[in-house]
Design a protein around this ligand. Structure first.
Ligand SMILES: *Cc1c(COP(=O)(O)O)cnc(C)c1O
Length: 387
């Protein structure tokens, strides 16, 4: 060997005696094969084996296995974002001529995916009342190939009767997909409640530090994993092991972060319910939240995100009120260490059920700051609204 060759070949270092608690970050595009035969037969390797960096490395497999265990699922697939998790499930299950049901409170880009991408390709959608429960049966058509649920819903926080929807779907042979980003498998396990495929934006609680984008798809049946992986292969979609490594680190502290944030968010929700500027508080742990009874029945606790609705006539002071905040940051994509606030107009989005309030909502995400600093900040904001 000459030096130029030595520069590109790595001599093996032993792993014997190296017992680290950290998961190594294995980067790869090329996967090499020990002999000609194993290369020629590589296509018979399944998706649990290694074939190409895009389809997985030991780093991504550890994170997938950890999420699978938390969900009690068959397999988990990592994808580049929460929205990619949703779109890949829909692109796999829906063909031209098919029909999908989505709830009126779904994460905004789900609605535009159905309207702008799927509809022109012959996939119809119906937007349904999130509180429909077993009544979903009346909306299922012979062409319905997917029922989507999100519980609680983005911003408006309605908790869905997922078991009732799943039972109605099962009776008609229709798979159910659930966006479980708010709850994580620590607070709600969709597959144990009849759901076939659970997606999460790992961007939020698993990442936990507002510095990565990733999504997960966890399936109850390995056959669906293979179908989704084939679509990902055709589209050329995979995730970076460096980001998976950050997500693995975030996951280690998720339970403790979530327990703290949930406690503070419940406490603040109760305090805010009595505030003179607040019309209502939309937090699953409060009886004022639609579906509170399902949260009590099905969930193990609260997450960090909830919303408030202002009394009529106060919205004009929004800009000044937000500018009074010193600890809360203004922004979306919650689940990190920082507390966030984001106002949202809901009326324009609603199709199946009109928004019952005059004003939109203010979404609050509780972070890891001292709760009394946060409360003082919220009081300063509400004072501008006249509370
Ligand atoms: C943030 C979010 C998503 C999308 O996640 P990204 O990783 O930002 O694409 C999907 N669903 C819900 C409920 C979310 O809050």
């Amino acid at each position: 060997m000459r030096d130029q060759t030595r520069c590109v070949q790595h001599p093996p270092a032993t792993l014997d005696g190296f017992a680290s608690l950290a998961v190594p970050t294995y980067r790869a595009s090329t996967i090499v094969y020990p002999d000609g035969q194993s290369f020629l037969t590589r296509n018979s390797r399944g998706f649990d084996d290694y074939t190409y960096g895009m389809h997985g490395t030991p780093t991504t497999r550890v994170l997938e296995a950890q999420l699978t265990a938390l969900h009690g699922g068959a397999r988990t697939i990592l994808v580049p974002s929460g929205q990619a998790a949703i779109s890949l499930v829909m692109l796999t299950l829906l063909q031209p001529g098919d029909h999908v049901l989505i709830p009126d409170h779904a994460y905004g880009p789900v609605r535009s995916l159905c309207r702008n991408y799927l509809a022109p390709r012959g996939v119809e959608h119906t937007i349904y009342d999130p509180m429909i429960g077993g009544g979903i049966d009346a909306l299922i058509r012979p062409q319905t190939r997917l029922i989507w649920v999100e519980s609680p819903g983005s911003g408006t926080m309605e908790v869905q009767d997922v078991p009732a929807i799943a039972a109605a779907a099962k009776a008609r042979g229709v798979p159910v997909g659930c966006d479980n980003t708010w709850a994580t498998p620590l607070l709600f396990k969709p597959l144990a409640h009849g759901v076939d495929v659970a997606v999460e934006a790992l961007t939020k609680y698993v990442g936990g530090h507002s510095d990565l984008l990733m999504g997960s798809i966890t399936v109850a049946d390995v056959a669906l994993r293979d179908r989704i992986k084939l679509v990902m292969r055709d589209l050329g979609i995979g995730v970076s092991p460096d980001e998976a490594s950050l997500a693995l680190r975030g996951l280690e502290t998720m339970a403790v972060r979530l327990a703290h944030m949930g406690r503070v968010s419940e406490e603040f929700a109760r305090r805010l319910a009595g505030h003179p500027a607040v019309e209502t508080v939309l937090h699953p742990a409060l009886p004022s939240c639609p579906g509170h009874e399902f949260w009590k029945r099905d969930f193990a606790g609260s997450a960090s995100v909830f919303s408030i609705v202002l009394k009529p006539g106060l919205e004009g002071r929004m800009e000044a009120a937000l500018s009074a905040l010193k600890v809360f940051a203004i922004g979306a994509s919650w689940g990190g260490t920082r507390s966030l606030i984001a106002p949202a107009d809901v009326k324009v989005d609603r199709v199946a059920v009109p928004w019952p309030y005059e004003s939109g909502l203010i979404r609050i995400n509780i972070g890891l700051e001292d709760p009394e600093d946060l409360w003082a900040d919220l009081e300063a904001m509400l004072a501008v609204f006249g509370g």
